[in-house]
Design a protein around this ligand. Structure first.
Ligand code: BTN
Length: 257
């Protein structure tokens, strides 16, 4: 079955210029990358009600269950006056936006796990996968998976310990379209800050950072290092203390030791 039009609210109440809604896709990121060249209306949304092969960072997979909010936003950072040198901070901004949305929903203990995952009560609620689009310099595919109405009560047991969802935290289901509108608008606000007023971001990160003070192993391009997290630098890099000196990491996946 082909894609459906987006609910009109999404075009009226957000910065989206276009988009498509699917009942099911293997992965909204893969779809966005494959379609990248032919998409003219940017920012563009690829939204799927169900993903059968959601992709994550590194070895991660995205657990598939109806009710999650899974989408990819194709965007052009330059439109937010964000230079390419600031793209590492952009990934942090996506997680920050989701944190702000959750706080607005009165969720407490919302934490950002550098570079862009979001945890509540030490359980993962949101994962982000940002990819560049082949032959589309200047555009990014920002994939977000947010656990909304996919209760962990029916999840595999190991996942119940490691993940949570909005409906588990709030005790009720939420309309997905409104949730998406709110998350997109929060993201717009944070990206505008990054472009025009980036000095406002580091205090937010310091406040939200889950890893500060913890010992972590960070793996980047097959290379792992272990150290203590000092915090997030003003440019979004992770500051690690290893062998008596400070190391800055701009990308990688983090595991708490
Ligand atoms: C991670 O936790 O490692 C990132 C998970 C990202 C999952 C989202 S769901 C929407 C988008 N499409 C994908 O295939 N992955 C991202």
């Amino acid at each position: 079955m082909g894609p459906m039009d987006l609910p009109p609210r999404l075009l009226r109440e957000t910065i989206l210029a276009g988009g498509e809604l699917h009942d099911e896709l293997p992965s909204t990121n893969s779809h966005a990358l494959a379609r990248g060249l032919s998409i003219e209306q940017v920012p563009y949304l690829v939204w799927a009600r169900r993903q059968t092969a959601g992709r994550g960072r590194g070895q991660n997979q995205w657990w598939a269950k109806d009710g999650a909010l899974t989408f990819t936003l194709i965007l052009e950072p330059a439109r937010f006056e964000i230079p390419q040198s600031n793209w590492p901070a952009l990934s942090l901004c996506v997680g920050t936006a989701v944190c702000l949305y959750l706080q607005r929903m009165q969720i407490t203990d919302v934490r950002l796990k550098w570079p862009n995952d979001v945890y509540v009560n030490s359980r993962k609620i949101c994962g982000v996968l940002i990819e560049s689009i082949p032959h589309r310099q200047g555009q990014l595919a920002v994939g977000i998976g947010l656990n909304v109405n996919n209760s962990m009560q029916s999840a595999p047991t190991d996942l119940q310990q490691r993940a949570t969802s909005l409906c588990d935290l709030l005790g009720e289901e939420l309309p997905l379209t409104s949730t998406l509108v709110a998350v997109l608008n929060e993201l717009t606000g944070v990206l505008q800050l990054l472009g025009r007023n980036p000095a406002e971001l580091p205090p937010l990160w310091r406040h939200l950072c889950w890893l500060t003070g913890r010992t972590v192993t960070i793996t980047d391009a097959g290379h792992s290092r272990t150290g203590q997290v000092l915090g997030i630098a003003d440019d979004g890099a992770l500051r690690l203390w290893i062998d008596g000196r400070e190391i800055r990491c701009v990308s990688g996946t983090v595991e708490i030791v």
